[in-house]
Structures are given as structure tokens and as C-alpha cells.
Design a protein around this ligand. Structure first.
Ligand SMILES: N[C@@H](CCC(=O)N[C@@H](CS)C(=O)NCC(=O)O)C(=O)O
Length: 222
């Protein structure tokens, strides 16, 4: 990507997973960026709520186009459309470009929220609710099983190459690995139960962009 580009501002909150998805995509596309880390209080007040009225991260401001966006899926789609003209991590062929969007939507609406709710009911909810904990841990496993089933006969989520759809799953998949209650003390991946998923995740975790971002924002061990 041309070095004449001005850095995109990426708003984050510590090592929380959704902004890391965007950081990985920016790394893959060699688009310059700077991360602005906001406190919990700053997320919920001006001036940030003018950028994102939902008071969450990520959001971006791109000085090259004047475009400001929030919601990680929308941001990723913008970045690949604008900065991946040579198809490094995307494709414009049909039906693949729609399938990329499909898997991205599955990440944003499935993997992310279920893990987030599992984490909430395990560590933050004011009273212990084992049934809620179990429900969301089960949903994380169900999403893992969906991915594993597809990956048993496909090297990547779409086509023969790694794309933004694959990369979008990395921060939460890595968080699962480091959250013993959600990985059921590692039993989720024991004895090759989700072998295709594990093979795929290892390929993703070895990617230089992923290694760089996860080293900068190591997951919380629980
Ligand atoms: N659907 C949103 C979810 C954003 C989200 O939940 N972000 C979390 C961090 S991963 C956040 O801002 N948490 C802080 C808070 O809710 O105050 C997206 O994909 O961007």
C-alpha cells in the first residue's frame, strides 16, 4: 500500500477482541494506522460518542477519505473494499465475495456475542447464574463445531486462500484458548475433537500480522 497514505485512527479499549480484528486487517493490508486506547469512561462520553453513538469499540477515522465508521464488520468491509484492490485477503468473484460477507456476519453475530456473554456471566454478573454460564459456553462450542464441520472439507472458510473472513475469527478464538472455563479446561479441543478447526486456527495464529497484534495485546488468562 502506498506510503503516501495518512494513518487511520483505530479506537480500542485495552486488548478487547473486536478492535484487534480491525488491527489485524490493517496489518494485512499494510495500511498505516495508529491506535487510540480509550478508558471505559471515555467510551461513553463526548467526544467519542460523536464518532460512535453506541459507545463501544472499534471505530475508525480515515483521513484519506474523511470516512468515520463503527461496528467491526462494517469497518472490515470498508477496509478491504478500499484498500485491498489486489485481492490479498478478499476476492471479487461471485459467489465468493458474498460468502466472505456471510462468514464475517457469522463471526460478528455468533462467535463474538456468545463469547462475550459467556465471559460476562462467568466473571462480571453480580450473582452466579450457572445456567446462563452454561448456555453461552455451549454456544461457543456450537459455533466452534459449525466451523470445524465446514473446515473438515475446506482449507479456509471461502475458496483456497486465507481471507479476511478467516482472520475475523482470530481474536475471539484465541481468547477461548486462554479462558479455561470456556475451553472447559482445554477439553473443548482434547483428543482431536475439533481437529479441522484446530488445524485452521494454528495456521491463522502463525500469520505474521496475527502474531504482531496478539503480542502487542496478549489475551487475559482466566
Ligand atoms: N458489534 C460490535 C461490538 C463492539 C463491542 O462489544 N466492543 C467491546 C470490546 S470487544 C466494547 O466496546 N466493550 C466496552 C463496553 O461495552 O463498554 C462490533 O462488532 O464492533
Amino acid at each position: 500500500m502506498s506510503s503516501s497514505l495518512q494513518p487511520i485512527t483505530l479506537y480500542a479499549h485495552g486488548g478487547s477482541p473486536n478492535p484487534l480484528k480491525v488491527a489485524i486487517i490493517l496489518e494485512e493490508l499494510s495500511v498505516p494506522y495508529k491506535i487510540v486506547n480509550l478508558s471505559s469512561a471515555e467510551l461513553k462520553q463526548e467526544p467519542y460518542t460523536t464518532i460512535n453513538p453506541n459507545g463501544r469499540v472499534p471505530a475508525i477515522e480515515d483521513p484519506n477519505t474523511g470516512i468515520s465508521l463503527w461496528e467491526s464488520g462494517a469497518i472490515i468491509q470498508y477496509l478491504v473494499e478500499r484498500y485491498d484492490g489486489d485481492g490479498r485477503i478478499s476476492t471479487t468473484t461471485v459467489p465468493e465475495k458474498y460468502q466472505l460477507n456471510q462468514w464475517l456476519q457469522f463471526q460478528v453475530s455468533g462467535q463474538g456475542p456468545y463469547f462475550g456473554q459467556a465471559w460476562w456471566f462467568l466473571y462480571f454478573h453480580p450473582e452466579p447464574l450457572p445456567s446462563a454460564q452454561e448456555r453461552y459456553i455451549n454456544e461457543v462450542e456450537r459455533v466452534t463445531a459449525v466451523l470445524d464441520s465446514w473446515l473438515q472439507s475446506h482449507p479456509f472458510l471461502v475458496g483456497q486462500k486465507l481471507t479476511y473472513a478467516d482472520l475475523s475469527f482470530v481474536p475471539y478464538a484465541n481468547a477461548v484458548l486462554h479462558t479455561s472455563a470456556v475451553s472447559r479446561n482445554g477439553k473443548l479441543f482434547e483428543a482431536g475433537k475439533y481437529a479441522a478447526y484446530s488445524r485452521w486456527l494454528h495456521v491463522l495464529l502463525a500469520r505474521p500480522s496475527v502474531k504482531k497484534i496478539l503480542a502487542q495485546f496478549p489475551p487475559t488468562e482466566r
